[in-house]
Design a protein. Sequence first.
Length: 172
Amino acid sequence: MKIREGDKVRINLFEEDYRVKWVGERMVVLETENKSRQFLTTLNNLKSNSFSLPKNPEIRNKINRWKEDINMTEKEETKRKKSTMKKKEIEFTLFAPDFREVFLAGDFNSWNPQTLPMQKDINGVWRIKLKLHPGRYQYKFFTDGAWFEGPLSDTEVITNPFGTQNFIKEIR
């Protein structure tokens, strides 16, 4: 059994019930029943103790099955990466001529804001090319010591747990 949209979990941190709104390759978006709050988490967090198990045995069993499915999903992902699906070279860009340094961070580098420095061209466009497997990735730019919160044209966004936006890159 896989984690599916519409399933319900309880988050200890907020002491609220959430419904699974979206399930991606590595991430899950949860939303309160009244749609007042969204919560973005990783599949790994879902299997941790940060989610309480409800007292209802049927729901408890379902969540335990989710945790087992997550372990299977991680094994499948490892196999997928080793399979014939080849990485594609993808360029990330940011027009920001006034910044002194820009780094790229996302779920492809565990959100480390110091490991992927970008290079600025003569037109003020910061660039970096990465080889990534097909999938859906969230990312942000870390500019002069702070997260870049400006809009990017023609770029999908999603609200993160901190109330700000992450950019989305879909690789097919």
